[in-house]
Design a protein around this ligand. Structure first.
Ligand code: NIG
Ligand code: FE
Length: 388
């Protein structure tokens, strides 16, 4: 059975060979989907009839959002911590241990229900690919089960055993790094595609981070790094040194960090939900783009620093607060996320790509930033199947 998405007023393909500008925009367009894959993209006037038709009613359509950074496997609530920050307290990452205690105490079914709820919430807002990290288990069995559950929802799973040193190892961080590099990695690797480390003062230093990421790489995992979130540090340079797919946060960058990213294949993944929820200064996307680094946007959805699943919200923040144009932000939230996950089959609408796309309740992609806080995603099509 095939599906024709017809009467699209403005189609963002992200393929400059197919349309105008860097977003490859085609006006009065249609997309033909067969077996979950895009079979044809072009002007609606040339479309062939199909078994099913979805009428976009002249609205804009674009690739589904690729959220390349989320922490969905957790239990508990940290709203009081958020309220305390809004009353003037600083974010330190210390609340991670609160979520670890709640996550360890939760049943598999409770954790699964939370991931399911957030995954649905994200889909309704147009996210068709989501990366999911562990990192709130921090024991061998709890990290392994977090990843097992994450795998039920996505292929893009990330082992973050090095999120913080759990309280039972406070006095012996070297022993914890040994656990992460040995038994924990062995239990996690079968369920993970990626390995990540929170490389930050108060979490893991450059030597510990390098040790963990290097053994992860040797076990066949790709590298991503939480880098330069709370202050300047070695995270970004380490990510580039190891050929990481992505350095995430990039809030506090020195010139050498920007230069390193610009001269590499490591994507700078910016997470404005975290600055919003911690009331911090936003990363300078303009500086990265002007240096020709590749920029992605993601939600960082987690119960502490950024409890949102909304990619449109991140697009709006990036445009208003981070010096991005609407076109750059839409590219970063779709094609940029695909680059950060080293995927060529998503984030783009061309024949052969996965049929993951959204139709807006708006005439153009500009409205994602122009109409902040408004539910603009009318249809989400995932693997060629319209949601609901
Ligand atoms: O990406 N920075 C480290 N980890 C998460 C926050 C986790 C938490 O506060 O629970 C982040 O912001
Ligand atoms: Fe994160």
């Amino acid at each position: 059975m095939n599906l024709l998405i017809d009467n699209i007023g403005e189609l963002v393909t992200n393929d400059p060979a197919l349309g105008r500008g860097p977003l490859g925009i085609v006006r009065h367009a249609a997309v033909l989907v067969e077996d979950g894959v895009i079979a044809w993209v072009g002007r609606a006037a040339y479309a062939q009839p199909a078994d099913r038709r979805l009428d976009a009613e002249g609205a804009a359509a674009l690739p589904g959002f690729v959220d390349s950074h989320a922490h969905l496997v957790f239990a508990g609530d940290r709203a009081p911590e958020f309220a305390a920050r809004m009353a003037g307290e600083a974010y330190t990452g210390g609340g991670i241990r609160t979520t670890v205690a709640a996550t360890r105490a939760a049943s598999d079914d409770d954790l699964r229900a939370t991931v399911e709820r957030l995954r649905r919430e994200a889909l309704r807002q147009g996210t068709t690919t989501i990366e999911i990290k562990s990192g709130y288990g921090l024991s061998v069995p709890d990290e392994a089960r977090s990843l097992r559950i994450a795998r039920e929802f996505t292929q893009e799973t990330t082992f973050l055993g090095a999120h913080v040193v759990p309280s039972e190892y406070t006095d012996r961080p070297d022993d914890y790094v040994g656990l992460v590099c040995g038994p924990m990695l062995r239990a996690a690797a079968p369920h993970a595609r990626w390995i990540d480390v929170f490389c930050e003062r108060g979490a893991f230093d450059a030597d510990h981070s390098r040790a963990i990421l290097t053994v992860g790489q040797a076990a066949g995992l790709g590298v991503r790094v939480h880098a330069n979130q709370l202050g300047p540090g070695p995270g970004v340079r380490l990510a580039v040194e190891l050929g990481a797919a992505s350095a995430d946060h990039c809030t506090h960058l020195e010139k050498s960090d920007v230069d390193a990213l610009a001269g590499s294949s490591t994507v700078a993944t910016l997470l404005p939900g975290a600055e919003f929820s911690t009331r911090s200064a936003y990363p300078d996307a303009r500086r990265l783009l002007d240096a020709r680094a590749t920029v992605a946007l993601a939600t960082d959805c987690n119960p502490g620093s950024s409890y949102t699943t909304s990619m449109p919200f991140c697009v709006a923040l990036a445009v208003r607060e981070m010096g991005m144009t609407p076109a750059e932000a839409v590219w970063a939230a779709t094609a940029g996320g695909a680059r950060a996950l080293r995927r060529t089959d998503i984030g783009v609408l061309r024949p052969g790509a996965r049929a993951d796309l959204i139709v807006l309740d708006a005439p153009s992609h500009l409205h994602l930033a122009y109409r902040p806080g408004v539910p603009l995603v009318r249809h989400t099509v995932h693997n060629g199947v319209p949601l609901r």
